[in-house]
Design a protein. Structure first.
Length: 223
């Protein structure tokens, strides 16, 4: 897993500018404290359209099953940054590139949860962990070698890739508004989200906090 925050458009003042235009004013006409109070007011009263102006782009390397879950978030993630409108999510293509050699291996195997809302529960014991590691490694090696054999036999990449497992890493660029990513954080950082996906999303949020442009907005959304 690897996450980069490659582009940030806007900051807390962008949010305030959008709200203050109603009174033909800008964030710069007010103190930091007044703008901070405004952001809290906007979140509290669900005036969320103003959080759609800032735009973020992440470059993410994650296993296919994580990318698949993240792709379910659509609204506000369909418009890319100018000059690349409609560049919401673009992935590496297994039709053109052989990326059959990078996988995300499970760090710790978990048992199935008895509560159907939770996908998994406690970790397996030490022996369970090493037995699962062995299976995972064997399957990965088998699929990776089989892929290479199909390529050697002259099969196209777009067909050979169909035998690769879900823990294969893919790389994608993901652009969307601050508000849409806040929605992603709210849903995918909860305990009922898959842990491997939570880890990717937690890293996205960590990078955004480190960037610092949206300190007040993130605080107001309790992130
Ligand atoms: C823990 C967990 C388990 C999940 N399990 C499954 C599963 O088993 N199977 C599965 O298919 N998906 C599953 N999902 C995905 C889930 O159903 C959503 O598709 C995903 O979380 C995206 O959420 P969203 O629809 O709110 O996001 P977006 O599509 O980004 O929408 C954002 C918000 O915009 C509004 N909105 C979106 N579309 C419309 C519309 N047409 N009309 C009016 N308002 C709209 C809603 O308020 C929505 O919350 C799961 C998600 C989570 C977090």
């Amino acid at each position: 897993m690897n996450v980069e925050l490659i582009s940030v458009y806007g900051n807390d003042a962008t949010v305030c500018d959008a709200a203050r235009v109603s009174f033909d004013k800008k964030a710069s006409n007010y103190s930091e404290e007044q703008n901070s109070r405004l952001i809290n007011y906007l979140v509290k009263h669900k005036h969320t359209s103003v959080f759609r102006h800032p735009q973020l782009t992440f470059r993410i390397q994650a296993p296919i099953y994580v990318e698949r879950q993240l792709r379910k978030h659509e609204i506000g993630l369909e418009l890319g940054l100018p000059p690349e409108p409609n560049s919401s999510i673009n992935s590496i293509s297994g039709r053109y590139v052989d990326f059959s050699d990078t996988y995300t291996l499970i760090k710790e195997w978990r048992t199935q949860s008895k509560d159907s809302k939770q996908g998994s529960a406690d970790p397996l014991d030490f022996y369970g962990q090493s037995a699962c590691d062995e299976i995972e490694y064997a399957v990965k090696e088998f699929c990776q070698n089989a892929y290479k054999k199909l390529i050697d036999l002259g099969v196209s990449k777009e067909q050979a890739r169909t035998i690769l497992p879900l823990n294969l890493n893919t790389t994608f660029l993901w652009t969307g508004s601050l508000l849409s990513f806040i929605h992603v954080f709210n849903l995918r950082l909860k305990l009922d989200a898959q842990q491997e996906t939570r880890e990717v999303v937690a890293e996205m949020l960590r990078l955004l906090k480190e960037n610092g442009n949206f300190a007040e907005s993130l605080k107001a959304f309790e992130l």
